[in-house]
Design a protein around this ligand. Structure first.
Ligand SMILES: NC(=O)c1ccc[n+]([C@@H]2O[C@H](COP(=O)([O-])OP(=O)(O)OC[C@H]3O[C@@H](n4cnc5c(N)ncnc54)[C@H](O)[C@@H]3O)[C@@H](O)[C@H]2O)c1
Ligand SMILES: [Fe+2]
Length: 350
């Protein structure tokens, strides 16, 4: 047994179909009685249902949720928290809604309860992000780590496959990189492998029948495990690359995940023989190739060329990727980054 450090994170998780209706009880558990509801507008009916369950505890509703938490909108949510005297936030939606709750937590130190509706995993992490113009700032602050998460798979039943597939590949990337990211440890590796097992088994079944609540539940469970791993271990080449090229060329995060993950895993393979072997035996075939096949089975794009990476983008991106991935398990020179990006642009099975 190798020595290790495991920095565990606190948080309460309530999981199960219909359990969103326990949100009022969960608020009471925190000993607060004034909450601001931050709800993604994709399903205002569901948001109203949550508001009803909260009853008089709900002192304000913010629905102006958009991607990447622009500072000006975050300020609106913060002002509402101040004017209503909110003592906590309840967020309903994907990583974007969670991000607004974190923005309020960052300025107001309010505890956050989350009702996630995608597989992003942000509800488990102490990482916040705010966008000012085109500049995205992120930071780690234990004060923004949500205190309670209710995973209700019924909230994901309407998540369309073209969002669910890329979002699930994002979750899978959290689990895979959790095996060799900067904070990797044997406890999180066990959780990561279980996450990969659950996601790889159930994603194709969920795609076959998106209305199957058991399959939706399994995928949400796998994504939960992946988020828990991300929160502790952090990210490696895959996410660093997505961050750089997403910022440079405004590419869709979910789609990038589907393209880059198999290629990043293949690049790292020589440096992670043990973890790669465990993944390969779990998946019953070469790990990078199997993940590539899974992404195809979910109808996600296979190459950066398909999702808008510009023809002359490698020159500007390669040095930035090499710099961002300086702590990657396998070293990456600018030339290596160039070759790696070219593999992502071609999008062939690794
Ligand atoms: N801080 C972290 O640790 C962390 C981790 C992961 C992601 N993120 C951030 O989260 C954001 C991405 O999150 P996301 O992928 O969940 O995207 P998202 O929250 O923007 O949701 C994607 C789209 O799906 C819609 N949607 C959400 N749930 C739905 C449902 N159940 N049914 C139908 N439509 C639904 C939304 O309205 C939106 O249009 C990014 O800004 C990313 O940077 C942060
Ligand atoms: Fe991610």
């Amino acid at each position: 047994m190798d020595p290790f450090v495991y920095d565990a994170l606190a948080g309460r998780v309530v999981f199960g179909p219909g359990r969103r209706r326990e949100i009022g009880d969960e608020v009471d558990r925190l000993g607060v009685d004034r909450v601001l509801l931050i709800a993604d507008g994709f399903d205002l009916e569901r948001a109203s249902e949550i508001e009803r369950v909260l009853g008089t505890r709900c002192v304000g509703v913010f629905t102006n949720v958009v991607q990447h938490v622009p500072v000006a909108l975050a300020e609106q949510a913060r002002e509402l928290a101040t004017s209503t005297g909110a003592q906590a936030t309840v967020t309903f939606g994907g990583g974007s809604a969670t991000g607004f709750g974190k923005a309020v937590a960052l300025s107001h130190r309010l505890p956050q309860l989350c009702l996630p509706t995608t597989y992003a995993g942000s509800e488990l992490t102490p990482i916040w992000g705010l966008t000012d113009g085109t500049q995205k700032r992120t930071g780690r602050d234990l004060g923004v780590q949500p205190v309670t998460v209710i995973y209700d798979p019924e909230l994901t039943l309407d998540l369309p496959i073209d969002i669910a597939g890329p979002s699930a590949m994002n979750a899978l990337a959290h689990a895979v990189e959790g095996l060799y990211g900067p904070g990797a440890n044997p406890v999180m590796s066990a959780v990561a492998l279980e996450s990969v097992r659950v996601l790889v088994e159930h994603l194709p079944l969920m795609k076959q029948d998106p209305s199957d609540l058991d399959e939706r539940s399994a995928v949400l469970y796998g994504a939960y495990l992946a988020g828990a791993v991300l929160a502790v271990v952090g990210t490696a080449l895959h996410h660093k690359t997505c961050h750089v090229i997403g910022g440079l060329f405004n590419l869709d995060h979910g789609q990038m995940n589907a393209v880059v993950l198999p290629q990043a895993l293949a690049y790292n393979a020589p440096a992670i023989a043990d973890q790669y072997g465990r993944l390969t035996s779990l998946l019953g075939g070469d790990a990078a190739g199997t993940l590539f096949d899974l992404a195809r089975a979910l109808d996600t794009p296979s190459s950066l060329a398909q999702i808008g990476f510009p023809d002359d983008g490698v020159d500007v991106a390669a040095p930035l990727v090499a710099q961002a991935a300086a702590d990657n398990v396998r070293s990456l020179t600018v030339d290596d980054a160039r070759e790696f990006l070219e593999a992502c642009i071609r999008g062939e099975r690794p």
